[in-house]
Design a protein around this ligand. Structure first.
Ligand code: PLP
Length: 392
C-alpha cells in the first residue's frame, strides 16, 4: 500500500499483498490454524503474529479490516458481525460503571436503545442532546462524561452534527468521541481527519453494498482498536464470518464508484421530489433547502449520500398508498443497496409507536425514507411518479 494512493486505488489494492499470487483475495473458511510444533504454538500465542482461531482473527477478515482502515485513513480497524456489534463493542471498550455518555439525538434505533436502556443497566448514565448546536450540546457534559457518541447525518431527519466543533469540544475536555459514519461513508465524510477518535460502520449498508452480507467495523488508532478486539470482540464474540468479510471486501472494491452514483442519483431525485405537487418538503444534505447545506458541503465534500427523506402532503394514507404502488423500488427497511429501497415509517417500522412519541422523534405522518439505488435515475423517477397520488 502506497502512501499516495487515492480512495479508488486503496479500495481495490489494500490487502492484496496478504496473498500476492491471488488476483482476488481468497476465502479462508477455517476455524483454527494448525501449528508446526509446540514451540511455534507458544510463539503464536505470545506474539499473535499468525492466525490461531477465527474469533481472534482470520486472514480473510484481515483483508476487510485493512480496506476499511485505508478508506477511513485509520491506523487500524476491526471487523464485526454487524453494525450493532461495532456500535456496542466500541462503547463497551471505552466505558465502565460510573461513567457518563452524551449521545446526539437522531440515532439509529438499535444504537438509541442500547445507549438509553442497556448502558444504564451496567451503571453507565447517558444523556441525549441535540448536536446540531455544539454550544447547547456542551451543557449536557458532566465531570464524569467519558464518551461523546455522534451520528451524522442523523436518522431519519438527516440533520447534521458539526463534527469538527464537537471533536474540538471533546478533546478540550479529555472526552473520547465515536461517530457512526454509515450514512455518510468515508467517500463523503472523513471523521478521523476532523479529530474524532473512533468511526463505527454498518458494513451491511454501503460498504458491502449488495444487500447480501451483514457486517460492521470500527476504525481508529491502533491502541483503541486493540482494546476493542481484545475486549468485546474476542470475549463477547461479535466477530464476523470470514465469508461475510470476503463479500464485504468484494463490495468495497467498487464502493467508491457506487457511492459516486448513489450521491448523484440521490441529489437528482431530491431535486425532482422538491418540485412534485404531492410532496410538502424534502430533506437532503446537499440540497439548497437543507438548513445546514453549508456545513454539509464543508463536512461532506464528497457528496450528500444515498438517502433522501420527504414528507407527503397527504399524510398517513398517502404514505400507505405510495408504499403499495411502487414497483421498481423495494418496500423494505435498510439502505446502501444497489436497489432502491423505500420505507414509510409511520405505517410500517413505527406503526406501533404512540403518535406523540413518533412525532417527537421527527417521524411525521407523511415521512418517507428513500434509500436511492443505482438504477437509472429516470427509471426511479418514473416509478415514484406513477406511485405518488395527486393531492386531491
Ligand atoms: C443499519 C445501521 C446500523 C446497524 O447495523 P446492522 O448491520 O444492521 O447491525 C447502525 N447504524 C446505522 C446508521 C445504520 O444504518
Amino acid at each position: 500500500m502506497k502512501q499516495s494512493w487515492r480512495l479508488d486505488t486503496l479500495a481495490i489494492h489494500t490487502g492484496t499483498d496478504l496473498a500476492p499470487q491471488d488476483v482476488s483475495p481468497p476465502l479462508h473458511m477455517a476455524n483454527t490454524y494448525i501449528f508446526d510444533c509446540a514451540e511455534q504454538a507458544a510463539q503464536a500465542f505470545d506474539l499473535e503474529d499468525q492466525p490461531i482461531y477465527t474469533r481472534w482473527g482470520n486472514p480473510t477478515t484481515t483483508v476487510m479490516e485493512q480496506k476499511v482502515a485505508a478508506l477511513e485513513g485509520a491506523e487500524a480497524a476491526v471487523a464485526t458481525s454487524s453494525g450493532m456489534a461495532a456500535v456496542t463493542a466500541a462503547l463497551l471498550a471505552l466505558v465502565e460503571s460510573g461513567d457518563h455518555v452524551v449521545a446526539t439525538t437522531g440515532l439509529y434505533s438499535g444504537s438509541y436503545h442500547f445507549i438509553t436502556e442497556d448502558l444504564p443497566r451496567y451503571g453507565v448514565a447517558t444523556t441525549l442532546a441535540t448536536a446540531t448546536d455544539p454550544a447547547a450540546f456542551e451543557a449536557a457534559l458532566q465531570p464524569n462524561t467519558r464518551v461523546i457518541y455522534l451520528e451524522s447525518p442523523g436518522n431519519p431527519t438527516l440533520m447534521l452534527n458539526d463534527i469538527a466543533a464537537l471533536a474540538d469540544l471533546a478533546r478540550s475536555r479529555g472526552i473520547l468521541t465515536i461517530i457512526d459514519n454509515t450514512f455518510a461513508t468515508p467517500f463523503n465524510q472523513r471523521p478521523l481527519e476532523m479529530d474524532i477518535d473512533l468511526v463505527v460502520h454498518s458494513a451491511t449498508k454501503f460498504l458491502g453494498g449488495h444487500g447480501d452480507a451483514m457486517g460492521g467495523a470500527v476504525a481508529g488508532s491502533a491502541r483503541l482498536i486493540e482494546r476493542i478486539l481484545k475486549g468485546p470482540i474476542r470475549r463477547m464474540g461479535g466477530c464476523i464470518s470470514p465469508f461475510n468479510a470476503w463479500l464485504i471486501s468484494r463490495g468495497i472494491m467498487t464502493f467508491p464508484l457506487r457511492m459516486a452514483r448513489h450521491n448523484a442519483n440521490a441529489l437528482q431525485i431530491a431535486t425532482w421530489l422538491d418540485s412534485h405537487p404531492s410532496v410538502a418538503w424534502i430533506r437532503y444534505p446537499w440540497h439548497p433547502s437543507h438548513p445546514q447545506v453549508d456545513l454539509a458541503r464543508r463536512q461532506m465534500p464528497g457528496g450528500g449520500g444515498g438517502v433522501v427523506v420527504f414528507e407527503l402532503r397527504g399524510g398517513l394514507p398517502a404514505g400507505v398508498e405510495l408504499m403499495n404502488r411502487v414497483e421498481l423500488c423495494a418496500r423494505t427497511v435498510s439502505l446502501g443497496d444497489v436497489r432502491s429501497l423505500i420505507t414509510h415509517p409511520a405505517s410500517t417500522t413505527h406503526h406501533s409507536v404512540p403518535r406523540e412519541v413518533r412525532l417527537g422523534a421527527g417521524i411525521t405522518d407523511g415521512l418517507v425514507r428513500f434509500a436511492v439505488g443505482l438504477e437509472d435515475p429516470e427509471d426511479i423517477i418514473a416509478d415514484l411518479d406513477e406511485a405518488l397520488t395527486s393531492p386531491s
